[in-house]
Design a protein around this ligand. Sequence first.
Ligand code: COI
Length: 361
Amino acid sequence: DLAPRFPLTVNPSPADEETYRAVMDRLSFGVDFTDHMARATWTVDAGWQGHRVEAYAPLTLSPAAAVLHYAQEVFEGLKAYRHADGSVWTFRPGFNAARMNTSANRLALPELPEEDFVASLAALVAADDRWVPSTPGSSLYLRPFMFATEAFLGVRSAHEVEYLAIASPVGPYFVEGFQPVGIWVSEDHHRAGAGGMGAAKTGGNYAASLLPQQQAAEKGFAQVCFLDAATNTYLEELGGMNVVIVDADGTVRTPSLTGTILQGGTRGAILELLRGAGREVREETIYLEELRRQIRSGQVAEMFACGTAAVITPIGRLAGADWDVVVADGDPGPVTRELYTELTDIQYGLRPDTHDWMYRL
Ligand code: COI
């Protein structure tokens, strides 16, 4: 039991019953937060200290805190799922702990020991158990993050850093639920280049996606798909999720991890499920021009987006500045549906976890 590593301090102001009920009845994505947050502080001299769970509350931060100026920050996303017997589980927390440290390395932030990462989530969920929803498709979204707090305007890695984990009871990321979304392919903005931060889960990558995302939303598209920054010809990833293609012959393809895209946890799990089922899965370069041709000719049967927040979301349409294609008949295909069911059944404890992915919090 790792939770005692983050001892609970007194919570003076848990949400009242009425607020709690209202939140649990509306369950949208990332708007409501629980009563607590987990926390630890790092300094270059003392390392990690002050591990605790305390009341969820605004932070006190110097206006000179390095993160506000130079964006020295990393974050993670995972979910806690309520099973039928009332127990609460999360999905591959060791993967997220390791990935946060990979991101931290790129951003010159300190590593947090994996056990402390998992402990912070266990302690937070223990304190906020009532906020883990039990309605189908809902979960408690966990958001661990780390950022530079040192008040210093010189450009170097900060000597003071804060780690926090907050939690948000959520329903589906896309309000429509399991409905096909349209994707806008950005041919004039990129999120990351070779040697940059593309493989790190850091706010800057998401900041880079906001303007094209806003422009795409104005045109009625749910997400932006980015192309590689060097040649502007092949698919990388969407603003906040990975992209997968299912061909009519059953082959599955997804952009390979080139160092400029995020190594998605859901992406990895899905590829493992598909390979385990004997399906041919290729991680490779996917050229936009070729893909458009393949969609038009019917060679592409299905496309979907995947991520912790998005789970598996069918893609029904792909468009760019002077082109617009519908994927197959625009409806979610059978592979997308089956994968969604298989993955969420494992996460919600409805079928055996043969991969040892689930961790009881
Ligand atoms: C995720 O947790 O799936 C993310 O990548 C973050 C964001 C898209 C909500």
